[in-house]
Design a binder for this molecule. Structure first.
Ligand code: NAD
Length: 271
């Protein structure tokens, strides 16, 4: 018989769920947190797929990597969409979910944070670069696809503001692109391999604010399970990996993870 984990868990109230995850964190030495766009919606950055998200206004098929590198028209659309996202991001601030991850690190519990996000908010909340594995790049950096020259996003945004619709490398005239990963573009090798290794070696894997449908990022919770870790999923809506989770929490990441971290603090002080 199929067991509906959501149904099973409806009889566990939120406080008990929070307490259970806190106990698991206290007992673990290596906790991996995995974050998706849902962690930043409470900062005012819409995710892509929910109603009102970016894909309601833009067609994602316009932004396939092959199109971006082969057509000036696609690059024009790409930079327009990316500028909109960039301004939304720089006007946003980290929220309690980002700060809770920093707290967890201060308590010595965080092995690493793997993120699908490109918004730099984990760093802005104070989490050290060394603890963050960005699977989909970072919107604050731009590089040349031909010679690799690096630019700050601020500088390139200045060029766009001055009327340049499609920026090119000043050194070799190559195509410039934010270091974010477009559909069909190769994943960053070091980060992807390191994320898989950390996922397989952790004791507790907490995925939050991700639809878990973008691969290979969405394989990470499964690697964690294969490695014997407990899996907690905190998300507003269902994900394809809910059936694998040891605990599902339906709620807002900012509220839930900060409650969990507060409980961990209390338990560690009293224990
Ligand atoms: P997604 O848009 O596919 O899914 C986000 C998930 O978060 C959804 O399942 C939604 O129900 C849930 N959610 C939204 N707000 C929530 C909240 N407050 N609490 C709990 N859950 C919440 O996002 P994704 O799976 O991360 O994939 C989209 C890709 O687009 C990402 O890989 C990322 O690279 C990129 N992206 C990044 C940002 C960002 O950096 N902030 C924003 C949009 C998209």
């Amino acid at each position: 018989m199929m067991i509906d984990k959501d149904m099973v868990r409806k009889d566990i109230n939120m406080e008990d769920q929070v307490g259970k995850v806190a106990d698991w964190i206290v007992a673990a030495d290596k906790v991996v947190i995995f974050t998706g766009a849902g962690v930043s919606t409470e900062s005012g950055i819409p995710d892509f797929r929910s109603q009102g998200g970016l894909w309601d206004r833009y067609d994602p098929s316009d932004f396939l990597y092959q199109k971006i590198i082969s057509s000036e028209e696609s690059r024009k659309k790409y930079w327009k969409m990316h500028s909109e996202l960039y301004y939304t991001i720089i006007r946003s601030d980290p929220n309690s979910a980002h700060y809770a991850c920093v707290e967890l690190d201060k308590m010595g519990k965080l092995d690493c944070l793997i993120t699908q996000n490109i918004d730099n908010l984990h760093q802005r909340a104070g989490l050290h670069e060394d603890k963050i594995l960005e699977l989909h790049g970072n919107i604050m950096k731009v590089s040349c696809l031909s010679c690799g020259k690096q630019y700050s996003r601020e500088e390139i945004q200045g060029w766009l503001e001055s009327g340049i619709e499609v920026p090119y490398c000043e050194k070799c005239k190559g195509i410039l692109k934010p270091t974010t990963i477009a559909f069909g573009q190769a994943m960053p090798q070091r980060e992807t391999e390191e994320a898989e290794r950390r996922s397989r070696n952790c004791e507790l894997f907490i995925a939050m604010g991700s639809s878990l449908i973008v691969h290979p990022a969405a394989f990470m919770p499964l690697y964690a399970k294969e490695g014997g870790a407990r899996l907690v999923i905190i998300n507003l809506t269902s994900t394809p990996h809910d059936g694998q989770a040891d605990l599902l929490i339906r709620g807002k990441t900012g509220e839930i993870i900060s409650r969990i971290v507060e409980r961990v603090k209390t338990e560690m002080v009293s224990g």
